[in-house]
Design a binder for this molecule. Structure first.
Ligand code: PMP
Length: 292
């Protein structure tokens, strides 16, 4: 007979609509509009050495996302901050990842969200899944996906919604091409971001990233990098970027809560900086680590 011993700290306690459940027991209704229609928003947050990194910023973003889809979370942002902190404490997690999901809640099979009377709140505290260490040292290769990012004309992608199907398809495409990330373009063919990361290029000592108006998520890590560039006296621009700009950049790197900052050394088999992580990228990676 095999006995599985669970020790405190190994048990994930997941918050679902007011109660804590063990992983296997954490469930939502099949009538939840988050499941039926991707009707909801989410956040991914890091815990470093017991501190929840940029918690206020993430909570602000989830409230803005909710507001933009007429979704009343049902609690205040201070209450949300306290709740997230409580979830981390309950799980006794010193380093890890928090996923906050707000759904429209339980409704009916029809699309009308008015049937969902109460939003759903799910908070998962778990270990973090990052890219292999070697990519941080030697850089990673990416491809351009054939799947486009949701256009701003469909809905503003600053809404961090549960609609990630095209990003999921782009990730599958990346993996089929032996890459872990893929560049996504907008409907006009301009570069906006990757499946779960923002993109930066460096050209002639100027840091550039696609403006959110072109369809990029306003990443929390992206904002940190833009702030760091000021401290580093590095000129930065939020601008329109084409694939040509990426291919001919001096340096390319990606940013995200899970990825942090990761150098890119090849895009669509075109080498960037002769296939080596660039100096400015390495400097920003260092400064970012120091800011944690
Ligand atoms: N773009 C997309 C599409 C994302 O899902 C993420 C991850 N949240 C990012 C960029 C990076 O944003 P952040 O730095 O806030 O994690």
């Amino acid at each position: 007979m095999i006995m599985i011993l669970k020790i405190k700290g190994d048990i994930e306690l997941i918050y679902v609509n007011g109660k804590f459940y063990e992983k296997e027991e954490a469930k939502i209704s099949v009538y939840d509009h988050g499941l039926l229609y991707g009707d909801g928003v989410f956040e991914g947050i890091r815990i470093y050495n017991g501190n929840i990194f940029k918690l206020k910023e993430h909570v602000k973003r989830i409230f803005q996302s909710s507001k933009a889809i007429y979704l009343d979370i049902g609690i205040s942002s201070d209450e949300m901050i306290n709740l997230i902190q409580k979830c981390v404490e309950k799980n006794n997690k010193k380093n890890g990842y928090i996923r906050v999901i707000i759904t429209r809640g339980e409704g009916s099979l029809g699309i009308d969200p008015a049937k969902s009377k109460k939003s759903g709140i799910i908070i998962i505290v778990d270990d973090i899944n990052v890219y292999p260490d070697v990519y941080y040292e030697k850089g990673m290769k990416i491809i351009t996906s054939t799947y486009r990012r949701i256009p701003v004309s469909a809905f503003d992608v600053r809404i961090k919604s549960l609609n990630y199907l095209n990003n999921v398809l782009a990730k599958i495409e990346a993996k089929r091409n032996n890459c872990l990330e893929a560049l996504m373009l907008n409907n006009d063919g301009y570069v906006v971001e990757c499946t779960v990361d923002n993109i930066f290029i460096v050209k002639n000592n100027i840091l550039k990233t696609p403006g959110t108006c072109y369809g990029a998520l306003e990443g929390i890590t992206r904002n940190i990098v833009l702030e760091l560039s000021k401290e580093m006296d590095l000129k930065s621009e939020e601008t329109l970027i084409s694939r040509f700009d990426v291919y001919t950049a001096d340096e390319v790197f990606l940013t995200g809560t899970a990825a942090e900052i990761i150098p890119v050394i090849s895009v669509d088999d075109i080498d960037i900086n002769d296939g080596l992580p660039g100096g400015i990228t390495k400097n920003i990676m260092k400064k970012f680590k120091e800011s944690i």
